[in-house]
Design a protein around this ligand. Structure first.
Ligand SMILES: Nc1ncnc2c1ncn2[C@@H]1O[C@H](COP(=O)(O)OP(=O)(O)O)[C@@H](O)[C@H]1O
Ligand SMILES: [Mg+2]
Length: 297
């Protein structure tokens, strides 16, 4: 298997879209468009296949900066300004726009004709119900894929890790999947290449972004010691740049034992630089790690 790079040269495409000057922007192009947060649509996985009146949805909506309204069949729908008109996009349509972008990448790299013949296996959280799975399938179809299967994310992770290869007899595995804003812990058994999910637990509001957040707090404390007169919290653009630098440092700490967080001319010409060790970082995120372990019990 080969992971293709997208138009930006990256192997991952953030799940977000925006429309600027009537042009659709997908992934990083949307993130770096300079548009205000309420114009960038992300996290539609949370809206997919959900009923408007479900309490889970109401809770999620409080955390999304963009507008979501009630559409037909009690579905959530996102009004998007598209040039002169306002389009109502259903979550599966937003997902389809992202999938179509991925399909374009496939077409460009492989020279395959852009027809329905490109088979796709899509992965969804193990906790997804039938309606959510159907919505994911619909998104694939709208994007023009021939959706072969919908499989669970932990199962796909187990396959990617080759967990079905090592033993013939039945064995158990615990998979911890920390995404951007959620963490799922799944127990599954594997026998003769068959995966069976025994149980799954998740925290829909804790994930990698919380780790970035802890690192950001750490940097903010250092910055205010260095420049007591400057309130960085009141500077959204500077905060976002620092937060991005924190995320990069976090990723680096996955393989290095220390990292530097550096932002040139962060605010009012002040450069920012801070060194952090993995041990210190692990202290900062102790609560999150404990919460993850609690989920696994
Ligand atoms: N090498 C890495 N080390 C630590 N965290 C990483 C690394 N690569 C990506 N991440 C983090 O993983 C999170 C995104 O997870 P992902 O599974 O891609 O998203 P999703 O929430 O859609 O499942 C982000 O918080 C990102 O910072
Ligand atoms: Mg993920």
């Amino acid at each position: 298997a080969t992971v293709l790079v997208n138009g930006q040269g990256n192997r991952e495409t953030p799940c977000c879209i925006a429309v600027k000057d009537g042009q659709l922007l997908v992934g990083e192009a949307a993130q770096t468009s300079g548009l205000p947060p309420e114009d960038i649509v992300f996290g539609v996985k949370r809206l997919l296949g959900r009923k408007w009146n479900s309490p889970d949805l109401a809770e999620d909506l409080r955390h999304l900066p963009f507008r979501v309204v009630e559409g037909k069949n009690q579905q959530a729908v996102i009004p998007v300004r598209w040039g002169e008109e306002e389009k109502l996009l259903y979550p599966e349509e937003v997902l389809a726009l992202i999938l179509r972008e991925l399909k374009n990448t496939i077409v460009e790299h492989t020279g395959l004709a852009d027809t329905k013949s490109i088979g796709a296996v899509l992965t969804v959280p193990a906790s997804f119900n039938d309606a959510q799975r159907q919505a994911a399938k619909d998104a694939g179809a709208i994007a023009g894929f021939n959706v072969l299967r919908i499989i669970n994310e932990p199962t796909s992770a187990a396959i990617a890790l080759g967990l079905d290869k090592y033993h013939e007899s039945e064995r158990n595995a615990v998979l911890v999947d920390m995404g951007g804003c959620s963490t799922d812990v799944t127990v599954l058994t594997i026998e003769d290449g068959i995966f069976e999910i025994k149980s799954t637990a998740g925290s829909a509001r804790h994930g990698g972004e919380d780790l970035d957040g802890r690192l950001l707090e750490y940097c903010l404390a250092q910055f205010s010691r260095e420049h007591p007169g400057v309130d960085l919290r009141a500077r959204p653009r500077a905060l976002r740049r620092l937060q991005k630098a924190c995320e990069r440092a976090k990723c680096r700490l996955s393989h290095d034992i220390q990292a530097v967080i550096e932002v040139d001319s962060l605010v009012e010409g002040h450069d920012f630089s801070c060194q952090i060790t993995r041990a210190r970082f692990e202290e900062l995120i102790r609560e999150q790690l404990e919460e993850t372990l609690r989920l696994a019990k």
